[in-house]
Design a protein. Sequence first.
Length: 309
Amino acid sequence: MPLVTTKEMFEKSMKEHYAIGAFNVNNMEIIQGIVEAAQEENSPVIIQASESAIKYAGFVYLKKMIEAAVETTTIPIALHLDHGASFEICKKCIDAGFTSVMIDGSKLSFEENVNLTKQVVEYAHSKGVVVEAEIGKLAGIEDDVNVASDEAIYTDPEQAKEFVDKTGCDSLAIAIGTSHGAYKFKGEAKLRFDILEKVKEKLPNTPIVLHGASTVIPQLVNMCNEYGGNIPGAKGVPDEMLREASVRGVSKINVDTDLRLAMTASIRKVFAEEPEVFDPRKYLTPARHAIKETVRHKIKNVFGSSNKA
């Protein structure tokens, strides 16, 4: 089955009140784990790559690995650029066959964000590609995204409506309390569902996206620390909050940190328990399985997209 855009995925998710998982990839094992889980759960899936991932893996290598995944599965897969910082990187990905791109102008002024997003939308739509944009600022650090907590800004629903009307973007990432990285909350986890509700009232037909939405699964954090890691106090968005978000109208939920934790915890365990191991297949095989089980849990128990392909 060829790569698809997110258009039909999101239309169905909005009608049936579930979310599509968008999982960040960096290498072959992560791609394989994600796709195997989605195939077994018969779920549509979004594979996304950040600019940092593209720099790490190499543009051609990353694209070819995802093409291999598409050739060996029957589920709908969209290939998405995560946090594109410029028109140039969006154009490069569109021209290379990405079916969806995100232009992140959230650090810019409102008008600058509108102008940049419109430029990307016009080019993308001319090529049959869909565009995700962002309004509001999420705190945290992940890849090239770095926003101090005191600079984070919740999305204004009125401004969100104006932004979509002016840009014609296909989906919108909003800020309701999530943040990038493994340290999302210092105290009690809280999401502004009131803001989400108002945004959906203003934009009933626009798919809404949550960035920085990893659970930071406690078992994986503990496993990392047990086998020599040092990740004290890591805290993410609880599964029940993400499930509520998907029911209330979020169509796409991004996951990156949880995949990093799953892979790292698994590899650390092998190194600690079997120090004689130096064959990468011996530690990357359980790492791939950990990725698969993490994605399966998200699809089946949190996002609700099982059997929606």
